[in-house]
Design a protein around this ligand. Structure first.
Ligand SMILES: Cc1cc2nc3c(=O)[nH]c(=O)nc-3n(C[C@H](O)[C@H](O)[C@H](O)COP(=O)(O)OP(=O)(O)OC[C@H]3O[C@@H](n4cnc5c(N)ncnc54)[C@H](O)[C@@H]3O)c2cc1C
Length: 365
């Protein structure tokens, strides 16, 4: 099959990696930006795979897709030689002592939506010290044992290399697509025909999905050698919940190459924490505001005073492609499949959604 994928962000890459398992398929990827996809929501995101913790606001459908995706990620990453991008040591949910009622409410909300008794363990201070000694300021926490995390930027680096070197792939960067129809991709000057087309343009698919909206999310990257938090950690707060996601694996050569022309000096640094994220109903992707910076950093500083000496090395702001119900949507007709609306759960649900779709249309290997 001669297949087009329009949009090489998260979904486009997951679709491509799956299709390329079949040596007969030829894949053409189109993206309006560079192959590195620095401007995609995929690149901005934190990469948490948190089917249970996200239940606080998500539907159980998202949790089910998430649990399935957690099974699928390791083999997907193996396909592109990036197994090290994945960790599954669970996540931590905690709060400051004065916000204990909010923490208890948070956990009881999860329990009302799924059977979490086996999955969530309550930690007292001693157990916190065993698991994450740098969360020593916290008296109580919950460990959600089977959640995972993808090192998103490393995934983007490895998948870029994999796709640009693959003999069955044509990667057309800086190639914006105007319109998509079954088996047809409309470029500025011509229409290109394929056996099947996937529309994975995220927010760029508004010409088709009238009810698609962007939900702004802002994120900071801080670097410090003084703190070792090894699991994604959420701090529940009455007004917002922030998360701290460690990116502490070894900096690979592939990643170094990928970051060569990045706006912030990343070169070789790896004790990075991604701090996020705001959620604001606007499609504004301009730089992070002072207010969001202050909220994220003050919450961070109260987790451990040594964060006061951490260096803020980058900030990102982007929009999550979302529908009104904040649920993903898949549309298929002969010769065309569209997936969109992954909202704040792209990494959590993409592998399961893509696997289900490829089975349905008979394109699975
Ligand atoms: C701050 C933040 C934090 C997040 N954290 C998490 C998290 O921890 N866990 C999680 O599961 N999810 C998270 N997400 C959500 C996740 O990033 C998104 O759901 C996901 O990236 C959506 O994937 P996508 O492929 O639909 O869109 P994108 O990743 O945005 O990719 C779309 C691609 O299409 C291209 N494109 C657009 N229009 C065109 C066109 N006309 N022609 C050609 N190419 C085009 C774009 O350039 C882009 O590369 C987060 C998002 C944000 C913003």
């Amino acid at each position: 099959m001669n297949i087009a994928i329009v949009g090489a962000g998260l979904l486009g890459r997951v679709i491509a990696i799956n299709l390329l398992k079949n040596k007969e398929h030829k894949v053409t990827l189109f993206d309006k930006d560079s192959k590195k996809a620095f401007n995609s929501a995929a690149f901005t995101s934190a990469g948490m795979l948190a089917p249970y913790v996200e239940l606080e606001r998500a539907e159980s459908e998202v949790a089910e897709l998430g649990l399935k995706s957690i099974e699928l990620w390791p083999s997907l990453l193996e396909e592109i030689g990036a197994s090290e991008c994945y960790e599954q040591k669970g996540s931590i949910v905690t709060s400051h002592p004065q916000d204990m009622a909010d923490l208890n409410h948070f956990i009881s909300k999860l329990s009302s939506k799924a059977d979490v008794a086996e999955v969530i363990e309550e930690l007292d201070r001693d157990k916190i010290m065993e698991l994450e000694p740098d969360l020593q300021n916290h008296q109580k926490a919950y460990w959600v044992k089977n959640e995972g995390v993808i090192d998103v930027q490393n995934f983007m680096a490895f998948s870029t290399k994999f796709l640009e070197e693959h003999p069955n792939v044509v990667f057309r960067e800086f190639c914006g697509v105007k319109k998509i129809e079954p088996k047809k991709v409309f470029l500025d000057d011509k229409i290109v025909e394929f056996d099947w087309v996937f529309d994975a343009r995220g927010l760029g698919a508004k010409e088709h999905f009238e009810d698609l909206r962007g939900v702004r999310g802002e994120i900071l990257w801080v670097e410090t050698d003084e703190i070792k938090i090894t699991r994604p950690t959420r701090i529940v707060h009455p007004r917002y919940t922030i998360y701290i996601v460690p990116r502490t694996i070894t900096f690979s050569e592939t990643e170094a190459e990928y970051f060569k022309d990045f706006k912030a000096p990343i070169d070789g640094k790896k004790n990075i924490y991604v701090i996020g994220a705001t959620e604001i109903e606007t499609e504004d992707t301009s730089p992070i505001t002072v207010r969001s910076t202050m909220e994220l950093l003050s919450a961070l500083y109260t987790v451990h005073p040594s964060f006061g000496e951490a260096r803020v090395i980058n900030s990102e702001a982007n929009c999550r492609p979302s529908f009104k119900d904040n649920l993903p949507r898949v549309e298929t007709s002969k010769g065309l499949s569209r997936i969109n609306g992954l909202y704040r759960h792209g990494w959590l649900v993409a592998p399961a959604i893509v696997e289900n779709l490829l089975k349905e249309i008979g394109l699975n290997d």
